[in-house]
Design a binder for this molecule. Structure first.
Ligand code: HEC
Length: 281
């Protein structure tokens, strides 16, 4: 039956063209790098957990192992990524986007196959991702400039992931006291690359929020325990990509929350310890 053979050959070659052996390196690592290693990697080790190497994953966290090779259901890692998005324990945390169903399926199959370091496992077919618009311009050409600028201000600008259009994270954690409105204003030349700004406990005030209000690609902003008020928060009202905003323990009241509530991308606002009600728009 020449006809059928022709079809089979065609399918086989199409399959070959798309085939990528499913291994820890080819399928699991990219998912962890995109979603997890920003908090569980070289920079930060939340819960004393690193997810940036096979060995580290098997070692687990402060509290012990996070996966049981061969048993996805009993694995803490699976439990964390399959919780409802509103659950306090869900990973990724801090309102970052949930894993896509096919990403969850890849992790599940990998653990079920014994979580091999190099051996192939039977992963679900790669579903072409809906092409999301890039989070920010390609950072490669300006990373050196950004690093130099930030270092001069006692701050850090680090890539959010290896995806070069995923933008940079502004970190102040080692010395939040050094970050003030003047420093924020000086970041203007690289502001379009900044997608996350960790400004909790910094000296940023309402004046600084006038600068930040122009950071068009900003998706996550942490202003907890700063001196900002509702007046400043209203200056964020054109941040069309802002997804999460932490205003906890600030002087912000209901007016500030109302000022940003209509932002199109906003998913979470934290306002604990303020005059505003805790809200989840
Ligand atoms: C924004 C930071 C952040 C991101 C991103 C993140 N985590 Fe976490 N993770 C935390 C924090 C903080 C804790 C400790 C608090 C807790 O247990 O909920 C934690 C705890 C965990 C634990 C529990 C460790 C234990 O003590 O048993 C697991 C498992 C975990 N994360 C997996 C992941 C996975 C998998 C991803 C990516 C899909 C991820 N995390 C992304 C911050 C993050």
């Amino acid at each position: 039956m020449p006809m059928r053979r022709a079809i089979v050959l065609f399918l086989a070659s199409a399959g070959l063209a798309a085939a990528e052996p499913a291994t820890f390196g080819s399928r699991v690592v990219p998912i962890l790098e995109k979603n997890c290693t920003v908090c569980h990697g070289a920079e930060k080790q939340k819960a004393e957990l690193r997810l940036d190497s096979h060995a580290a994953i098997l070692i687990g966290a402060k509290s012990g192992e996070i996966l049981k090779p061969g048993n996805a259901k009993a694995s803490e890692l699976m439990r964390r990524i399959t919780l409802p998005e509103a659950d306090d324990d869900v990973m990724p945390s801090d309102g970052k986007p949930h894993l896509r169903p096919e990403e969850i399926a890849v992790l599940e199959k990998w653990i079920a196959a014994g979580a091999p370091a190099t051996a192939e496992f039977d992963a679900p077919a790669m579903v072409p991702a809906v092409i999301a618009p890039p989070a920010a311009p390609d950072y490669r050409l300006r990373l050196a400039q950004a690093n130099e600028l930030a270092a001069g201000l006692g701050l850090r600008l680090v890539p959010r992931s290896r995806v070069v259009t995923d933008g940079l994270v502004l970190r102040t954690a080692s010395a939040p006291g050094r970050c003030d409105d003047a420093a924020i204003a000086k970041l203007a030349p690289v502001a379009d690359l900044i997608v996350e700004a960790e400004l909790a406990r910094t000296k940023v005030t309402d004046a600084g929020l006038a600068s930040i209000g122009t950071w068009q690609n900003l998706a996550q902003l942490d202003l907890a325990r700063t001196a900002v008020t509702s007046t400043g928060v209203a200056r964020l009202a054109s941040l069309a990509k802002l997804e999460s905003l932490n205003l906890s323990e600030t002087k912000v009241d209901g007016a500030g929350v109302a000022a940003v509530r209509a932002l199109p991308a906003l998913k979470k606002v934290w306002a604990f310890g303020t005059a505003a009600e805790p809200v989840a728009p």
